[in-house]
Design a binder for this molecule. Structure first.
Ligand code: FAD
Length: 471
């Protein structure tokens, strides 16, 4: 009888433990992706991710077809769909890779399937090391990154990776598939994702192209360059990792033994991959990471919500150029540079005093790399409410951050064209520029580019006073 391979956030054929195990049985393969109704414990698909998913599924279906198998698309509760397919095809076993953000849901699904007489085999592979492996001496999960990273390095290299099978034993009587077009994952009017197509290449092949490009052009300058948003030296692997088109172990091993690359650069890159593992370890320890403060003393924090401020933040119209550039990059590319994610998040939380969860939701909807662990852990890190968080009183000054990390203003000019002609001295502080300088740059503050929506110095005092009230 055939076996079922259930694809989820693991849209790849290489280094796919569930696929390898399924193929090893020698049984015909039914590959399936299920569009599930949003379960209450996992956030529903964001709009930018939906765009990505459409293209990634198209690529996966082609890759499967090239090897002799079809991708079946189905909608419904996973346990119902899988039980039905097993019944219809007499399949004996469902294979899948574990998604740690939904382990409890999957446990219930496995229990239901077993009740129907269908066996379930679950595998690891989403992280460098499985959660529960990296532990303190006392066997507890880590709450601080640096010792986590040390413990991880002490474990040695991550497991070896596996090549994609050359051929697949397709199943002649696969159930009928729904049509991807009918899932309506792509935006219509307006097509806000039009610019994504020039930037991203979803799918496994795109992920490996991205990795090779990074190794060739970014890695040797990673440590110094990764904090400079105008320079594109980071890997941009995040959406590929978030959709499981490539594994972090593949990225790790691809950077081994490279001639002419300083090992310190490689270690720095791997350390960032380990941050992702760390986020997942936090999520496994505290499954409400996306919705509840890790540090419960933040539960009494008096957030405020000014709708106009929030809107200005989402649209990149706050009057602080580095914040606006970041938010517009996010809108145009479904991505934002890490340094600017920190600056824009800090601005929302500390300058506008808006609850981090509002920002986290916005990112979730607009990022192609929206990741249940990284997004939640990072927002809590910036807010100061997380494990190993940046202290609340460390409040980024958006002007100084801009001048430090975008000293020539190139990043701002790229995403905020209204400021393109403003000189280096004022590009991060147009509100201080003399009228003549503004005129020469064709800027009318309050008309062509906004005045700051809050004064940073007084916003900072307000944030600190509110923070003291919970301390
Ligand atoms: P590179 O620098 O090339 O790093 C390689 C990989 O390491 C990344 O793809 C990512 O998987 C991991 N990584 C790098 N930096 C971090 C980090 N600080 N924390 C955890 N993992 C990291 N990352 C997401 O993948 N999804 C999110 O939804 C997400 N939301 C974020 C929200 C906020 C407020 C902040 C401050 C950061 C967020 N990050 C998120 C982390 C980080 O910004 C991105 O992973 C990174 O910018 C992706 O670009 P890259 O692939 O070029 O990274």
């Amino acid at each position: 009888s055939p076996v079922i391979l259930w694809f989820r956030r693991d849209l790849r054929l290489s280094d796919n433990a569930a696929l390898s195990a399924a193929v090893e049985t020698g049984a015909p393969l039914i590959a399936i992706f299920i569009r599930e109704p949003a379960p209450t414990t996992v956030m529903p698909l964001g709009a930018a991710q939906a765009w990505w998913l459409h293209h990634s599924l198209t690529a996966l279906a082609n890759d499967l077809k090239d090897r002799g198998a079809d991708l079946v698309l189905a909608s419904g509760r996973a346990e119902d769909v899988l039980a039905e397919v097993a019944k219809e095809t007499c399949a004996s076993t469902v294979y899948f890779n574990r998604c740690y953000e939904r382990d409890d849901i999957d446990r219930d699904i496995a229990r239901d399937l077993k009740r129907e007489g269908v066996a379930v085999e679950a595998f690891h592979g989403q992280l460098l090391q499985d959660p529960q492996v990296v532990r303190t001496g006392a066997g507890k999960p880590f709450r601080v990154f640096t010792p986590f990273w040390k413990a991880m390095q002490a474990l040695g290299e991550p497991r070896d990776t596996v090549e994609a099978p050359k051929t697949l034993p397709g199943f002649a009587f696969s159930p009928r598939s729904e049509r991807l077009e009918d899932w309506d994952l792509l935006p219509h009017r307006p097509n806000w994702a039009a610019s994504f197509e020039n930037i991203w290449h979803p799918g496994e092949a795109g992920a490996h192209e991205r990795l090779s490009d990074f190794i060739e052009n970014g890695l040797s300058d990673y440590r110094e360059g990764r904090d400079v948003p105008a320079r594109d030296v980071t890997s941009r692997l995040s959406p590929h990792l978030a959709h499981g088109e490539i594994t972090p172990a593949q990225a790790w091993h691809a950077t081994s033994g490279l001639a002419g690359v300083d090992p310190a650069q490689v270690t720095h890159f791997r350390r960032e991959l380990a941050w992702r593992d760390f986020s997942y370890n936090l999520l496994v320890t505290f499954p409400d990471l996306a919705t509840r403060n890790w540090n419960s003393s933040f539960d009494g924090f008096q957030w405020s919500f000014d709708r106009k401020h929030f809107r200005a933040w989402t649209k990149g119209l706050t009057g602080y150029p580095i914040v606006d550039a970041g938010m517009r990059q996010l809108w145009q590319e479904g991505y934002m540079h890490n340094r600017v994610r920190m600056i824009t998040a800090s601005f929302l939380i500390k300058d506008l005093m808006i609850d981090w969860r509002k920002g986290e939701d916005w990112y979730w909807d607009t990022l192609v790399d929206a990741d249940p662990a990284n997004n939640a852990a990072s927002w809590q890190w910036v807010a100061g409410s997380g494990a190993d968080a940046s202290p609340f009183f460390r409040i980024f000054n958006p002007i100084l951050q801009g001048e430090k990390f975008d000293p020539d203003g190139d990043y701002v000019r790229r995403y905020v064209p209204e400021l393109a002609k403003l000189n280096r001295k004022y590009v991060h502080r147009p509100f201080e520029a003399p009228e003549m300088v503004l005129q020469q740059a064709g800027i009318v503050l309050g008309q062509t580019y906004p005045k700051p929506i809050v004064d940073h110095a007084s916003a900072r005092d307000r944030a600190l006073a509110t923070y003291r009230s919970i301390g």
